[in-house]
Design a protein around this ligand. Structure first.
Ligand code: ATP
Ligand code: MG
Length: 601
């Protein structure tokens, strides 16, 4: 059943199994006794502090090695949303433990995108913005604890030997000949690794768990490696760096995260996540209860790609005009295109949070965006394919105002005026010299309404030497102005929009369409030869960007960067936030009014 303010066939919010987990934990008081030192810390730091005022703590932990995409938006809205809903906090943590790939440019862009989505790590007087690289001291100390308690050892096998001894899904691994090194020897070697005595790759610190475990991730995973590299935050202080699978659980625990939410590919890592935190809590280094890792399925959408590697390729090979190209499925691209954060929220609510892998139809995303924009965006008039209309019985040099409502659903948004005169711009498609069946707009002998203005009767057209129509002629019926008593005296079926030629603002408009022409770019298709490998780049839509000069109603000259409107009959358009100049905005088409994809547009 649809509720009064929900159009029929609008999907209701979908299930979110993580909410059930959080609610059960809250009901059981699982985290009620946690303490919080006001900043990340060890068991000792937190033990001395008051009870945590946050009922739960979640985090969004991007690696600053690329721009955020639509998939990240799902994780952001989920984590910040849970914190907001249940009286918790959500931390923004840069997972910057890998020294080589991170750049400040990415850090800044991530911060902007999270804010743009309406999420804040400043909640209830706390600022929970962290950098995992600030925890390197703790991590090294914890590694030393694992060595001293017999839970870690330095392995000096070659990379090839280590790989060969790891075993396979069906065969157990083999113990390294270095696995039985003494605690003292391991500690000595690890200290010397830290001191920079060894070149990259000569030694590695591994957890001592079980080389025969059916879960390969528990076959003595690497936890620290030697890497002589300068880190953007810690400089040259370290020449050993923790592995992600070691660092991440520790980051969560130091920050008192209660629910550590990640995507399904980390499911096999959960046993190590739990093993590691248990060992460290046993040693009195981490506060209990420990964070719980919960996995959900990644967001996948048709007609786009969400892999960082592919996005980088699109930018580097210049298939798009940069990370913030309005066709890119990045959040900087989405913002520039004009998509709204509220539309992202509505979409994510509808998609829900599950463990089932699924490919979501891009139309669902566009529909959520349209729904939000239909409510929020004022209407304006734009002629995208201008054709001159001359009203032969309207005095030359005379102009009058027509009143136009700003938003048909919101009268409180008022109205504006548009000048009307003898020469107007209309859409090329609104005139047919020889009308096809059912055509109701302008053709010789037919009457139609110029919306907000007068009824006109078409009298003919002018053509150039090639027979192309260059102007349409008509006469107007003076008593039929919209909003006057005579408006209904003549019945017409066609209605068209227009802009005064003397006042129009000729603007660059970019008509964006989907970047890819097929639902699953690069995927094999039915009937493909067995050995055919497809390249996602071959599926780029060649018509994803069309530049036009449109004739806009004069008030659009004052549009501010990022301001978005519904151009009547055409769709939603946003003033470009980069290329617009004061008094000279250029517009990006965000989305058409209806889904016309694959229907000849
Ligand atoms: P990619 O695999 O696209 O390169 P990533 O996982 O390497 O992304 P991170 O910076 O590590 O990128 O991601 C930060 C968070 O965003 C992680 O918690 C990750 O699980 C989540 N995330 C990434 N992609 C998606 C997606 N498609 N759907 C939902 N969450 C995602
Ligand atoms: Mg990652």
């Amino acid at each position: 059943m649809s509720s009064p303010n929900q159009p029929a066939n609008t999907p209701a919010p979908a299930a979110n199994f993580i909410k059930n987990i959080v609610e059960a934990d809250l009901a059981a008081g699982k985290h009620a006794q946690r303490r919080w030192a006001g900043r990340p810390g060890t068991a000792t730091d937190h033990a001395a502090a008051p009870l945590d005022p946050a009922r739960i703590r979640t985090r969004f932990p991007p690696e600053p090695n690329g721009y955020l995409h639509f998939g990240h938006a799902k994780s952001i809205l989920l984590n910040f949303g849970l914190a907001e809903q249940y009286g918790g906090r959500c931390h923004l943590r840069f997972d910057d433990t890998n020294p080589e790939k991170e750049e400040q440019e990415y850090v800044d862009a991530i911060i902007d995108s999270v804010k743009w989505l309406g999420c804040s790590w400043e909640q209830a007087g706390e600022t929970n913005l962290y950098q995992a690289s600030n925890y390197f001291d703790w991590m090294a100390r914890f590694a030393e604890y694992l060595i001293s308690s017999g839970h870690a050892y330095v392995d000096s096998q070659s990379a090839e030997a280590m790989r060969a001894n790891r075993g396979t899904l069906t065969e157990p691994g083999k113990d390294s000949p270095f696995r039985s090194r003494s605690v003292d020897e391991n500690m000595d070697l690890f200290k010397r690794m830290q001191a920079g005595e060894f070149p990259d790759g000569t030694h590695i610190l591994r957890a001592r768990i079980d080389m025969a475990s059916p879960n390969i991730n528990l076959r003595d995973p690497a936890i620290y490696r030697i890497r002589h590299a300068t880190h953007h935050n810690t400089g040259d202080k370290w020449c050993i760096y923790p592995m992600y699978t070691f660092a991440h659980p520790i980051e969560d625990a130091l920050e008192c995260i209660t629910h550590s939410i990640c995507t399904l590919e980390f499911e096999d890592q959960r046993p190590f996540y739990d093993w590691l935190l248990e060992r460290l809590a046993e040693g009195g280094l981490l506060q209990r209860p420990l964070p719980q890792q919960i996995e959900f399925s990644r967001l996948n959408l048709t007609y786009i790609v969400l892999s960082k590697r592919k996005l980088i390729q699109l930018v580097q090979e210049k298939h798009v005009d940069g990370w913030d190209d309005p066709r890119m499925p990045t959040l900087v691209g989405a913002r520039r295109r004009g998509y709204s954060p509220q539309g992202f929220r509505l979409f994510m609510e509808r998609v829900g949070v599950t463990k089932n892998d699924s490919l979501i139809d891009y139309v669902l995303f566009e529909d959520a965006q349209r729904e939000v924009m239909n409510e929020s965006d004022e209407r304006r008039v734009a002629v995208l394919d201008p054709l001159k209309l001359v009203i032969d019985n309207y005095p030359e040099g005379q102009f009058e105002d027509c009143t136009v409502t700003n938003h048909p659903l919101h009268p409180e948004l008022g109205s504006r005026t548009m000048p009307f005169g003898r020469e107007l711009w209309i859409e090329g498609e609104d005139f047919q010299e020889v009308p096809e069946k059912g055509f109701r707009r302008l053709f010789p002998g037919n009457k139609a309404r110029l919306k907000y203005g007068y009824i006109v009767e078409c009298t003919g057209c002018d053509k150039d030497e090639n027979g192309k129509v260059i102007a349409v002629h008509c006469t107007y019926l003076p008593d039929t102005k919209s909003g006057t008593p005579g408006a209904d005296s003549v019945k017409v079926k066609g209605n068209l929009h227009w802009v005064s030629a003397a006042h129009a603002y000729p603007a660059e408009v970019r008509l964006y369409d989907r970047l890819f022409a097929v639902p699953a770019p690069g995927a094999r298709r039915e009937g493909d030869a067995p050995d055919l490998e497809r390249d996602f780049l071959d599926d780029l839509n060649p018509a994803s960007k069309t530049l036009i000069t449109a004739m806009l109603e004069p008030s659009l000259k004052d549009a501010l960067p990022e301001q978005r409107f519904q151009f009547e009959r055409h769709g939603y358009f946003a003033a470009d936030r980069i290329d617009s100049k004061p008094g000279a905005p250029v517009f990006n088409r965000t989305v058409t009014l209806k889904d016309s994809w694959g229907k000849g547009n």
